[in-house]
Design a protein around this ligand. Structure first.
Ligand code: MOS
Length: 722
């Protein structure tokens, strides 16, 4: 094995570039003759534009032009799910606060910002829709994941049950808030469009803009090398990319458009407000007879978004009967989007809280209850798993945490009441097709080419390791070219999929190159000398990671004969101050079954990040839609509570079971990035219940909710026995 092969803790290859400020992000690009664009948003969430007064703004020195709906072309319809469904500035109707109504173009950013402040939209406001939590609407189109499904006889299961839990769990809307706000630089030249964009899948941007401007996709090229965080919000296309391109085409000059934090809240997707009802019925031994999981989430006035949290009920436990239902509720906000971790990341909150409630009702240890319902095959359709080492993860996690001994551990530390909780972690195994090329030059150096993005997870480093491992080449001799849609098409850096898909394509390309080398220079140890002797200047290998039936996406192994998900067990210790309602994370142990781990250093960092992210979701994060005006209450980070270093203990223990998943992809890996963010909220709520005997079913678990629940408990003496 070389010193950077698969399984080695290599440091990020782009790290030096980043800490020196040399890594280029979208808005770092400043082409000549650039115009700066600033969007003017609607001040109200619902209504109709009556007039836009642009005279004062136009008169401001440095303002070049102001574009309104009348200047916009009619954009072509977008027919795929990866873009905002409501095209910008096409009608006078307003559906959310901050919806673009004009674009001010200036010679400087200051001029454009000054002009934007002078534009006066006159809008006839109508009463906006805000969440009411009512029955909800069925999604109209076909769903890839999150379909309503029923397996077995729910009523029969409930009739036979010895124990029964039915509860509703809510979680607040949340925003991705990447450090780098979305930004686009658009340049038109001879009918060809070039973009520098902050993206998680630049090929979606190509498709979106080609469709919007009705041009062939080969006339659109997107550069997106470094992406300053995304968490899902840059995995889709939003109004700003289309508007920047339109402004550049109309003016004939390059246009840079960077969203403010408030605009990010307005026009980029978010994780919707959800209300989940879970019903569990079990026999006296704790075996599940029925699981019902119903989910309601907010969506836009036009455009369906389903938060497929019912994937949890479909994938996690064996049960005689399982039924799921997804509904939506329309509000005057932009359309939601996936956010680390969507689907099961949302569903585990409800299901794993309900399992804890069931374990208390039955008097069974939470781990034993989960083991009793361990799904040996896919619970819905009986497919075998591609690989699943969840039993090992429970055992190893419990051992490292001291779970079985927890009852003998201290229950108090000063004024802190201590509690212990656990939850099962689970995510789908999202896979996209991917392509890559690996080139060896005559000097023996190797270049990897694939259009992925560096989003901070270590993807280019992992690609380098895969090639170093396959070709036995020193890492210093390997370079990676990425972040350009003219390169072979990589899958998204989303859905925890990059190592499986893009990594898989790179592995296949490296193997292809190795075969060519072996054929051309049989038995040669040192290719550079052989290249010189033969006069060959370069050899190329190509790789394509494909899905069964040439599918464009797979969430759970569809078509492969195997069901695929990722797994883990999370154990936490919290301290709760019952007088002030404060809650602190003291310790967390996560053990995961996610296939082969290519880089233990970056993988560990991903899981710690996921647990921190989950702690924020569990106890802090909340985007509130103001109930009268339907605006987000806070639209900047100064009023948004997220975890900081002081909130996170050093005692976060992350491990992986030894595993190779031969069905998920050629590397043997499944996804990890989002798995670590699942189950944290439920484990924390379960631990809080263990500490103080009250159950909080509404995220985030803030001090006010803890105090409220404690005082209700004291009044009605319904505090659960310890
Ligand atoms: Mo993630 S929500 O798939 O970027």
């Amino acid at each position: 094995m070389t010193r950077a092969g698969i399984g080695q803790p290599s440091v990020r290859i782009e790290g030096r570039q980043k800490v020196r400020g040399a890594a280029m992000y979208a808005s770092d690009h400043t082409p000549v003759k650039l115009l700066y664009a600033v969007i003017v948003g609607s001040p109200v969430a619902a209504g109709r534009i009556e007039r836009l007064d642009t005279a004062a703004a136009t008169a401001l020195p440095g303002v070049v032009r102001i574009l309104t709906r009348q200047d916009m072309p009619q954009f072509g319809k977008l027919s795929f799910a990866a873009a905002v469904t409501r095209l910008p500035m096409q009608t006078d109707d307003i559906q959310y606060e901050g919806e673009p109504v004009a674009i001010v173009l200036g010679e400087t950013l200051e001029a454009a910002e000054g002009g934007a402040r002078l534009v006066q939209p006159v809008i006839r406001a109508t009463p906006p829709l805000t969440p009411k939590g009512e029955a909800g609407e069925r999604p109209s189109g076909p769903l890839i994941i999150g379909k309503d499904e029923t397996m077995g006889d729910i009523a029969a299961g409930i009739a036979r049950a010895a124990a029964h839990v039915e509860q509703t769990y809510t979680q607040a809307a949340r925003h991705h808030n990447p450090i780098e706000p979305s930004a686009t630089v658009a340049i038109w030249e001879d009918g060809h469009l070039t973009l520098y964009d902050a993206a998680q899948h630049a090929y979606y941007v190509v498709q979106t803009l080609a469709a919007a401007f009705a041009i062939p996709p080969d006339r659109v090229r997107v550069h997106a090398e470094h992406t300053g965080g995304g968490f899902g919000c840059k995995g889709r296309c939003w109004p700003h990319q289309i508007l920047a391109a339109a402004a550049a085409r109309i003016t004939g000059r390059p246009v840079k458009l960077t969203l403010t934090r408030a605009q990010h809240y307005a026009m980029i997707g978010y994780q919707p407000l959800t209300r989940q009802t879970v019903r569990l019925a079990a026999d006296a031994g704790g075996r599940l007879l029925a699981i019902e999981h119903a989910v309601l989430n907010t969506t836009a006035v036009t455009g369906d978004y389903v938060e497929p949290a019912t994937e949890s009920a479909k994938g996690l436990y064996a049960s005689a009967a399982i039924a799921t239902r997804q509904r939506m509720e329309r509000v005057n906000l932009t359309i939601p989007s996936p956010m680390r971790a969507p689907a099961e990341g949302v569903g585990q909150w409800a299901l794993e809280s309900a399992m804890d409630e069931l374990s208390i009702a039955l008097g069974v240890d939470p781990v034993d209850l989960r083991l009793a319902n361990h799904a040996e095959v896919d619970p819905m359709d009986g497919r075998p798993w591609s690989s699943k080492k969840l039993r090992e993860a429970y055992a190893e996690g419990a051992r490292r945490f001291g779970w079985r001994e927890r009852k003998s551990r201290p229950r108090q530390d000063g004024f802190w009441r201590l509690g212990y909780g656990m939850a099962t972690c689970m995510m789908g195994t999202f896979r996209w097709p991917s392509e890559a090329r690996v080139r060896m030059r005559a000097d023996g150096s190797v270049i990897i080419e694939t259009g992925t993005h560096d989003i901070g997870t270590g993807t280019p480093t992992v690609l380098m390791q895969v090639v170093a491992d396959t070709l036995k080449v020193d890492p210093d001799r390997i370079s990676v070219r990425w972040g350009d849609t003219s390169l072979p098409m990589a899958g998204p850096v989303a859905g925890s999929s990059a190592t499986i898909g893009t990594g898989g394509a790179v592995l296949l390309a490296a193997r292809d190159l190795k075969q060519r080398l072996d054929r051309l220079f049989p038995g040669v140890e040192e290719p550079a000398a052989a290249f010189r002797a033969s006069g060959v200047t370069e050899l190329q290998g190509e790789g394509r990671f494909e899905l069964p039936n040439n599918a464009g996406f797979s969430a759970d192994g569809a078509g492969s004969g195997f069901a695929m998900r990722t797994w883990g067990a999370l154990f936490v210790e919290v301290g709760v101050d019952p007088d002030l309602g404060l809650v602190r994370l003291r310790r967390a142990v996560g053990c995961y079954s996610a296939g082969r781990i290519v880089n233990p250093k970056t993988a560990r960092s991903q899981m710690i990040g996921g647990i921190v992210w989950g702690w924020g979701k569990a106890t802090m994060e909340e985007s509130v839609q103001e109930p009268v005006h339907a605006r987000w209450m806070a639209k900047n980070l100064s009023n948004v509570v997220i975890p900081v270093n002081a909130d996170i203990p050093g005692a976060i223990d992350v491990s992986f079971v030894d595993e190779f998943d031969e069905h998920a992809g050629p590397i043997g890996a499944r996804g990890i990035g989002e798995l670590g963010a699942t189950g944290v909220d439920a484990a924390v709520a379960n631990a809080i219940h263990d500490a103080i005997g009250v159950r909080i079913r509404d995220l985030p678990i803030t001090p006010g909710k803890i105090l409220g629940a404690l005082s209700t408990g004291r009044r009605t003496a319904r505090v659960d026995p310890q």
